[in-house]
Design a protein around this ligand. Structure first.
Ligand code: NAD
Length: 259
């Protein structure tokens, strides 16, 4: 994979950061994206370059804005020549019952967790097909397979992303380009820590107790999936062993969706 180039959206934190690091370790140049402290993002970029002898750059495109997404792709092509691997990872969460769910939170979750992947894919898939090689990895969720209460926008977006994965795979079939979705269960990232903290406050329990009930309710292994495991799964999907795997899901959910 050395010399290939990847865009990983939402790679300044959590799962995206883990996948960008795993791809860099495999020799892939990476375009980082996402929000956060400028100094910390620059430290991550410089660390990836120094540790893995690859090229790493950063673009701050807001995934709610199609013109900024197109500029992210153009900047990656200008810096590295082409985009070989696209990891659609940026995502947010909002929890409320449907009757209380704010319209602007619905719009934001759908824009970031679903529509952004349409805009990135649209900008890169034609070039991948022409060159005869490409990998698109969509970070869906166990919530792309099954539902939970109070997550209507997230679950609609994650199910939609699996649909988009299938269409992309069909349209690219036989071209050397594959598209698959990764479906994690609970992963201990800032996105989930916010839910654990809200649960601890709501129920008047400790963070440890809230963590244990959150895992116990849904994830039979009672272990978090790690960002390293998800990084390795993404590297697998980008490798030759997965060349004939397309339009499907790779689920790392501690048996959640087996129930
Ligand atoms: P995180 O909050 O740690 O990271 C989210 C990333 O997305 C950050 O880099 C953030 O800056 C970026 N981002 C948010 N809004 C953005 C925007 N408008 N434009 C550009 N970047 C933006 O969350 P995470 O847990 O690492 O989640 C990453 C992905 O994995 C999401 O799609 C999430 O739905 C999915 N996922 C997470 C879990 C979990 O348990 N943590 C489980 C299943 C799926």
């Amino acid at each position: 994979m050395r010399g290939r180039t990847a865009i990983v959206t939402g790679s300044t934190s959590g799962i995206g950061k883990g996948i960008a690091t795993a791809l860099a370790e495999a020799g892939v140049n990476v375009m980082l994206n996402g929000f956060g402290d400028a100094g910390e993002i620059e430290a991550l970029r410089a660390d990836l370059e120094a540790r893995f002898k690859i090229g790493a750059a950063y673009h701050g495109a807001d995934m709610t804005k199609p013109e900024e997404i197109r500029d992210l792709v153009a900047a990656t092509e200008a810096r590295f020549g082409q985009v070989d691997i696209l990891v659609n990872n940026a995502g947010i969460q909002h929890t409320d019952l449907i009757e209380d769910f704010p319209d602007d939170r619905w719009d934001a979750v759908i824009a970031i967790n679903l529509s952004s992947s349409f805009h990135t894919t649209k900008a890169v898939v034609g070039g991948m097909k022409q060159r005869g090689w490409g990998r698109i990895v969509n970070i869906s969720s166990v919530h792309g397979l099954v539902a939970s209460v109070q997550k209507v926008a997230y679950i609609a977006a994650k199910h939609g992303l699996i649909g988009m994965t299938k269409v992309t795979a069909l349209e690219a079939a036989g071209s050397g380009v594959t598209c698959n979705a990764i479906c994690p269960g609970w992963v201990k990232t800032p996105l989930v820590m916010a839910q654990i903290e809200a649960r601890a406050e709501r129920d008047g329990i400790s963070i440890e107790q809230a963590t244990s009930t959150l895992l116990g309710e849904k994830q039979p292994s009672e272990q978090f999936t790690t960002i390293e495991q998800l990084g390795a799964a993404a590297v697998f999907l980008c490798g030759d062993a997965a060349a004939n795997m397309s339009g499907t899901t790779l689920t790392l959910d501690g048996a959640w969706s087996a129930q």
